[in-house]
Structure formats: C-alpha cells, structure tokens
Design a protein around this ligand. Structure first.
Ligand code: DAH
Length: 457
C-alpha cells in the first residue's frame, strides 16, 4: 500500500487574494507582476510572461501563482539577521560543521542556503523518482509558473543537482511553497532544510570497524538482494543498517542540541513511505501528550543516485525538516504567521548575537503599536542610551514596548551631539489613544530636559 505523505494530500482550493470586489466591472491591475483580475469571468488573467528574478517565464494553463506568493521570493527569512529562522539556520550550521573530513581538511557538510526557489518539474519531481501520476504533482497542491516550472515544494528538489556538482554531504536550506490550509501551523510558504550524506564502501565499513570487527568482504551491493521492508533491491542488509544507524544518530544528536529538553521528552521513529527513500522514517517528539512530526528521512533510493550520475559505489541517507515547526517548539512561537511579521514587538525578542541563546517568546499584544520619535540636542558628551531607556520605562511603564536609538551624530560647528530615539507604545489590553500617548511622550520630553539638560528638537 502506498501511504501518501500528509503533506501531499491537503487539496484545499483556497481563493486568490484579490484587492478588488466582484461588483467592479473593470479589470483591476493587482500588482507589479501585471497579473489582472477579471471580475466578470471571476478569473485571473496572466501576462504572457512573468518576470521573476530577472528572468522571463512564459505563462500557460498551468500558471496559478499569485501576487502574494510571488512577493515572498527573495525575502529569505532564514538569512535575515536575528530572525528566529536565521538563528535556527545558524544552529544547524554549527551542529553540522562539527563533522570534519580529515582527508579534505574541511568540514564534511557543505551548506547551501541561497538557491532560487524557481525550479523545473524535473527537479522537483522526476529527479527524485516521484511517479508521474503522484498526487503531489497536482495544480491544487503547488504553485506553478507554467507547466514545466514551479516554486519548489521541497528542498529535495536540489538533491540531484548538488550531488552532480560533486558534493557527498550537504545541507540545502530555503523557502518552499505549497498550496495548503492556512491555520496556526500551516502557511503556503515555509522553510526547509534538506540533509544528505553519501558513503562509499570504504567510508561505510572502515569507519565502522569497531562494530564490524575484521569482516573484510562486506559490500554495499549484492547480486541477489531483493527489495523488502528493510531494504531496496541490490542493497545488502549490513550496508543499510549502518547507514540507518548513522542517520538516526545524526538526527537524535541534532535534536538533543536544538531542544535540550527532548532528552527527557519521548521521541520515536515511525516507519513511513516516500518516493525518494526506502526504508523511510519520520522522527517525532511528544510534548504535553501530543506527538509532533519533526522530519522525514530514509535511505536514498538508488535511482536518485543514478540520476545524479553515480554508479553502484555509493549509498546515502537523506532527511528533510521544516524550520518553522522546530522554531515554534524551540521558542514557544504559537502561530506560523508571526515569522512573516514586521512587528518589532516580535522581532526585537530575537535580537541576540549568540544564536544558541535560548529564549521563550512572550506573546505580543493584539492591540496596535504607536510609534513616536524623540530627537534632542545634547552637549559634548552624549547620553548613555541605557539611562534614556530607564527614564522612558519609569514614565511609560508597561505601555512602552520598545525603545531604539535610531540616529546619532556630532555637529562639530556647535560641538553638540544629537540623538533620535524611537519609542514604540503598545498596551497589552487596549488600544491606546493618540492623546494618551502624546501626554506620556510630552512627559518623557519634560523629564529628559530636567534630567539630562537636553534641548528637544
Ligand atoms: N521532501 C519531503 C517533504 O517535503 C521531506 C523529506 C522526506 C525529505 C524524506 C527527504 C527525505 O530528504 O529523505 O515532505
């Protein structure tokens, strides 16, 4: 029986977000991509070509991307300094860089995190043996640019290209796109990390001599090996078991460092099926009585290695994990949409240099922020920002969400420093009125003059 991945069967047709109403009769231009909405036909009209990443792609009857989705390309949250996904990416990098290749005198794993999410159907499906009729190829599950081009649905789309380029151990990190439910844990764009490690016969058996003793006729491939629940046709059981052990140790140790509490939480390996691995597993952890799937993995289908130009001299493992899911558990972030927010109440909680720093996210208020700047002239010595922060907190109390020094300069003519602070006000339990904020702001200005002898600009 083929078990379809949960991921691959949520055929939810949700409507395109349009900024027009159906009562208008003119076609409305929606965006910079020249996609139009025809309210009479209630359909989207695409231009003949879409220009994405400075390249033109012709559109056709498969095109189903929309402005909202296209506008995510290139945002690369995992590369934005201090974003929670940036910290998680750094932690993955740190963990995988500890494995060292003595022969090459370099880290074993290469880390690739900047590949374009625009891929071919060949890369996303065919190269990794996803059958031609597989449900994961449908229009209702993917964002197609045209019949042959789509926004990658998983980072597995790059396995074959990266192996072909000569890598035998790598992580590939990036944004992936799926038409899916929208709920607190699902979002049509999210981030994945793919991991692959290949082994030659020497690496596999010599590296495990302590387990294997002096058996010296071990092989990865045997002439009469059949496919069964434990292995693929051609693979020997001893090779598969060693690769499985390497994979499972790599993953369990990874989660011991990412989520130190998991060593006391329950975790389990669940047998599953993927088109690109056999045997395959999911790794799950239990939190408050609920099991969370953290990743899928397995022994790479040998046909994927063949597609990458390798002969019968390698075997490998692969895994794919979702970054948001892990960051949500790691930091206690309750809603996946928060990863896309520009709200400084969220982002400021992740401003720290050491990505291994462990924090728990504190919910931000549902009420709107109100931003007021305060600029002032001071003398030859400038105010220590932490003194200013203390003063603001003393006056504004819990209504102050954040204070940032946004500008500072010295004017040599009159020998004075200038500083501008941005004060972000927000209440946890109500919408603040402009008047109320102005009064607090004036009070802060007054006390600043008193305490620091500054001139408000
Ligand atoms: N590509 C799978 C997905 O997105 C995840 C995955 C499973 C990746 C198993 C792998 C793997 O490399 O071996 O659902």
């Amino acid at each position: 029986m083929i078990i379809l991945k949960r991921f691959y069967f949520r055929p939810i047709f949700y409507h395109y977000r349009t900024n027009t109403t159906t009562t208008t009769t003119t076609k409305t231009k929606l965006n910079t991509f020249n996609i139009e909405y025809d309210p009479i036909k209630q359909s989207i009209i695409y231009p003949q070509e879409l220009n994405l990443n400075n390249k033109n792609y012709s559109t056709d009857s498969w095109t189903n991307v929309n402005e909202n989705i296209l506008s995510r390309i290139g945002l690369n949250l995992h590369q934005q300094k201090n974003h929670p996904l940036y910290h998680l990416t750094n932690r993955l990098r740190k963990y995988f860089y500890q494995f060292y290749d003595q022969k090459k005198s370099s880290p074993k794993f290469s880390i690739i995190d900047n590949l374009s999410p625009i891929v071919t159907t060949e890369q996303n499906f065919d190269s990794i043996c996803i059958p031609i009729n597989h449900v994961s190829r449908t229009k209702s599950m993917n964002y197609y640019i045209n019949q042959n081009t789509l926004l990658r649905a998983h980072t597995s789309a790059h396995q074959v290209d990266l192996i072909r380029s000569g890598l035998n151990a790598f992580l590939c990190i990036g944004d992936v796109y799926r038409r899916d439910d929208i709920d607190p844990t699902h979002y049509p764009v999210f981030h994945q990390c793919e991991g692959v490690q290949l082994f030659t016969k020497e690496e596999l058996f010599i590296g495990n001599k302590n387990v294997l003793g002096d058996k010296d006729n071990l092989e990865i491939f045997g002439p009469n090996e059949q496919r069964d629940a434990t292995k693929q046709e051609g693979h020997t059981l001893e090779a598969v078991k060693l690769v499985e052990a390497s994979l499972k140790k790599t993953i369990t140790d990874l989660f011991k460092t990412l989520l130190p509490n998991t060593s006391i939480l329950n975790s389990r390996w669940v047998d599953t099926t993927f088109p690109f691995t056999h045997p395959s597993w999911e790794y799950e952890i239990e939190i408050d009585g609920k099991w969370y799937e953290l990743l899928g993995c397995g022994i790479m289908e040998h046909r994927v290695l063949e597609n990458s130009g390798l002969n019968k001299d390698h075997i490998g493992w692969a895994f794919g994990l979702g970054l948001e899911r892990i960051a949500m558990i790691m930091y206690g972030i309750p809603d996946i949409r928060l990863f896309w927010t520009n709200d400084s109440g969220f982002l400021s909680q992740f401003v720290f240099d050491d990505s291994t720093h462990s924090i728990q996210y504190k919910p931000i208020s549902i009420y709107p922020q109100c931003i007021n700047d305060l600029s002032m002239w001071m003398g030859k010595t400038k105010i220590d920002p932490s003194d200013f922060y203390d003063l603001v907190r003393a006056i504004g109390g819990d209504l102050i969400e954040q204070v940032i020094l946004i500008d500072e300069f010295y004017n040599p003519k009159n020998q004075r420093y200038s500083q501008t602070y941005r004060i972000i006000y927000r209440s946890m339990d109500r919408t603040l009125t402009k008047n109320e904020i102005n009064m607090i702001h004036k009070d802060i200005e007054y006390h600043c003059k008193q305490q620091f002898g500054v001139e408000i600009r």
